[in-house]
Design a binder for this molecule. Structure first.
Ligand code: CMC
Length: 385
């Protein structure tokens, strides 16, 4: 038997080489193709970052216009997909529906599933980036019994998403630009984060040659858990459960208790041992949104701010270098926009699709082999039947 390195949780094992995203967790640095996330958040927008992640360079104005045009022209889903929805309970968790519907997309695009063909890979990427918001909004509309809204391709990506979420056939109002910008930022800040659990899942599934829709469905499944993408939903539930600033010490005490499984949701990160740079941008965006909506006194925001202050001064959190992560403030923004809690992780999935597909594409663009981790066997020795 060979000798293997045992690294539970892959704390010190690099599974691949990648030129997409760089993180220095000790310094709190996040770069996409070399560009700091703070600069992208200030100067760019989500679809431009999609282009950057996928192609390695920022687009020229003409390249950007073409890219936006192609993506927006793929936003509609096949009408047969609506029958999938009708098979689900109205109260189904939207992540369950997303896993199913995204995997099922491969049944509609036999024409572009030759993953050895770069053009096919590109078309799949366009389709996935374009159709994820449509499917996400369909989950919400289905849950509240309203008709599905067709995408409006003359709107910007985030605007169109808000239109499909909150528009009705009886109104043609345009989404509030401040909220659309905040939505775009949420998409951008979640676009990629190197080899996290869901991206690693997509790469591993992709290494077997599985089609990209199936691979992205596996990423959505991995994202669902509360230790990963489910954290934004968990943060809001936690803030609601705390309910009042006076109860914060009680929850901090619980988070520090080794015999209590409770953790401060939205705090801590496997890679960042400093401020998560995305959290800083998200916090500023949160202030903008609440101001726009006249909710600057939002009780949940007050609890979140107070909780952050107390935790950052507490020895337990200082010693373990636990800081707020990207999800600490995103839930408050989404809640203020009117997005229900069970849709938060779906929005993370919409945003992360570009990261997943960029890594999947990178994997297939270079020499590769199937991923096949080994194990340390701890079972019984050979015995006779
Ligand atoms: N609250 C209280 N204690 C914590 C927390 C927390 N949120 N996070 C970590 N710790 C403690 C943990 O108990 C352990 O203490 P000790 O050394 O005494 O046993 C120490 O810090 C190290 O924790 P760990 O579990 O070994 O760290 P990890 O790198 O395996 O886990 C994490 C990272 C993000 C899963 C974890 O910090 C956590 O559960 N955070 C809350 C959930 C959350 O916000 N997740 C979103 C992550 S960001 C979005 C994404 O990338 O998906």
């Amino acid at each position: 038997m060979g000798i293997f390195t045992y690294d539970p949780g892959f704390v010190s094992t690099a599974a691949c080489e990648s030129g997409i995203t760089y993180i220095d967790g000790d310094k709190g640095i996040l770069l996409h193709r070399g560009y700091p996330i703070e600069q992208l958040a200030e100067k760019s927008d989500y679809l431009e970052v999609c282009y950057l992640l996928l192609n390695g360079e920022l687009p020229s104005p003409q390249q950007k216009a073409e890219f936006v045009n192609i993506v927006m022209n793929h936003t509609m889903v096949h009408e047969q997909i609506t029958y999938f929805f009708r098979g689900f309970r109205r109260d189904a968790h939207p992540m369950a529906i997303m896993v199913a519907c995204v995997g099922a997309l491969s049944a509609f695009y036999h024409d572009s599933l030759d993953i050895s063909d770069p053009h096919h890979r590109e078309v799949c990427a366009f389709r996935l980036i374009a159709k994820m918001p449509t499917l996400a909004a369909m989950c919400y509309k289905y849950s509240i019994g309203q008709p599905f809204m067709y995408p409006r391709n003359n709107l910007a990506y985030a605007e169109n998403f808000l239109h499909m979420m909150f528009g009705t056939p009886c109104s043609d109002s345009k989404p509030n630009p401040v909220l659309a910008k905040a939505m775009d930022r949420i998409f951008m800040l979640h676009a990629d984060h190197e080899q996290n659990a869901s991206t690693s899942t997509v790469r591993l599934a992709g290494s077997s040659g599985a089609n990209p829709f199936a691979c992205i469905a596996s990423g959505i499944a991995a994202l669902w858990g509360p230790a990963h993408g489910g954290a934004n939903e968990a943060v809001l539930s936690m803030l609601q459960e705390i309910g009042d600033e006076s109860r914060i010490p009680e929850f901090i005490k619980r988070a520090k208790d080794p015999d209590d499984s409770f953790r401060l949701m939205g705090f801590g990160h496997r890679v960042y041992h400093n401020f998560d740079p995305r959290a800083t941008v998200m916090k500023a965006s949160c202030d903008e949104v609440l101001k726009e909506l006249g909710k600057s006194d939002d009780p949940l925001l007050k609890i979140a701010r107070q909780l952050e202050q107390i935790a950052l001064k507490d020895d337990y959190f200082i010693k373990r270098k636990l800081y707020p992560n990207v999800d600490f403030y995103s839930g408050i923004i989404l809640n203020a926009i009117g997005i229900p809690t069970n849709m938060f992780t779906v929005i993370f999935a919409v945003a992360r699709t570009i990261g997943w597909i960029s890594h999947w594409s990178e994997f297939h663009s270079s020499p590769n082999r199937i991923g096949r981790p080994r194990q340390l066997y701890t079972g019984v020795k050979q015995r006779d039947y």
